[in-house]
Design a binder for this molecule. Structure first.
Ligand code: ADP
Ligand code: MG
Length: 332
């Protein structure tokens, strides 16, 4: 099968909303009047972001999910995406499963594939997504990293550390009971982009980012862009891990015999969570709760934004914890 047959068979579908889709030198998008395009690109490299034997269906899902997560963090509505694909060889069952996982998520978000590039090479998947953000009275409603203010509450959606728990277990660093591992693997391999929450937080959240490199590191980006500091209740973050309320009994019940330090490390620097970390002024507490309900996404308050620069971690008793938690960095 040649390059163009491959594209036609697996990636060309009837155009829906785009002005022009796959098949010409460019695709054409017509943004609605009074909107901005939000654009983001993420690459997944075999051996770096996923194992060679990863289920192609899940890989198709995840490749798009990590990109939709960036749109979610900006409060952008997904419109379309492009797919640049390097494949070592043409394996049709692999391609069929990859396309299935990809399009299932794309269709769930009304996001259409409008173009891409296909080449032979080490397996590499690069997606660019395009989303839409309204501009009201000349002001963009995009959620940015730079909008956090002293006094804002700090929130995170969903659960943290699950993907890292799965990864550590798959690499033999931790022993995790089967039921917990299955749930954690699902979070690693089929993350849920929090698109509905991001849209619901427009006009409510003051700043937002998606947690891809770990809570501490990604919060650091908000603090730096917004020129503020924060206090984080470390054990509030731990309560998110593996979806279990963190209490000695429940963790034992789950069969996870982790030290407090291991729990904190999972929650604070886990990575690959694709949850939304965001800030909002206290006057918006009811609105944040309503946005969480409307988007059916659990949200938890983790602490406060402060004028004093830097990140302070507190334990459940309000005692300061040393912050030696580092986030993921490909070149560190
Ligand atoms: P060009 O060489 O002009 O860039 P290509 O021959 O690479 O065009 O691609 C032909 C058409 O197929 C283009 O419209 C391109 O966007 C599309 N395309 C190529 N690869 C993919 C892919 N993996 N998924 C979707 N569309 C693709
Ligand atoms: Mg090309």
């Amino acid at each position: 099968m040649g390059e163009f047959d491959l594209i036609a068979r697996y990636f060309k579908r009837p155009v829906r909303q785009a002005a022009l889709g796959v098949g010409d030198d460019c695709a054409l998008l017509q943004p609605a009047p009074g909107t901005q395009l939000a654009i983001s690109c993420d690459m997944l490299v075999q051996g770096r972001h996923f194992f060679a034997d990863t289920d192609p269906r899940q890989l198709g899902h995840k490749s798009l999910a990590v990109n939709l997560s960036d749109l979610a963090a900006c409060g952008a509505k997904p419109l379309a995406f492009t797919l640049a694909l390097a494949l070592p060889e043409v394996k049709e069952p692999w391609l069929a499963a990859f396309a299935q996982g990809l399009f299932a998520l794309a269709d769930a978000h009304g996001c259409e594939l409008i173009g891409g590039d296909t080449t032979a090479g080490p397996l590499n998947i690069c997606i660019t997504v395009f989303g839409e953000v309204p501009v009201v009275n000349g002001t963009s409603l995009a959620l940015l990293r730079s909008g956090a203010r002293a006094g804002d509450d700090l929130y995170v959606s969903g659960t943290l550390g699950d993907a890292r728990l799965a990864l550590d277990a798959m690499q033999g660093k931790l022993t995790v009971p089967d039921a917990v591992l299955a749930a954690a693997r699902e979070r690693l391999q089929r993350p849920t982009p929090r698109v509905a929450l991001g849209l619901a937080l427009r006009g409510i959240a003051s700043a937002a980012i998606d947690v891809s490199d770990g809570l501490i590191g990604d919060l650091g980006h908000i603090l730096e862009s917004s020129r503020v500091g924060a206090t984080v209740l470390a054990d509030q973050a731990v309560a998110c891990v593996a979806g279990h309320a963190h209490a000695a009994q429940s963790t034992d019940a789950a069969g996870l015999h982790l030290s407090q330090e291991q729990w904190r490390s999972l929650a604070l620097c886990g990575g690959d969570d694709y949850e939304l970390l965001f800030t909002a002024p206290p006057s918006q507490r009811a609105a944040v709760a309503a946005a969480a309900r409307a988007s059916q996404t659990p949200v938890r308050c983790l602490g406060q934004i402060e004028a004093a620069a830097g990140l302070r971690l507190l334990d459940a008793q309000g005692q300061a914890l040393p912050n030696h938690y580092a986030s993921f960095d490909h070149f560190a």
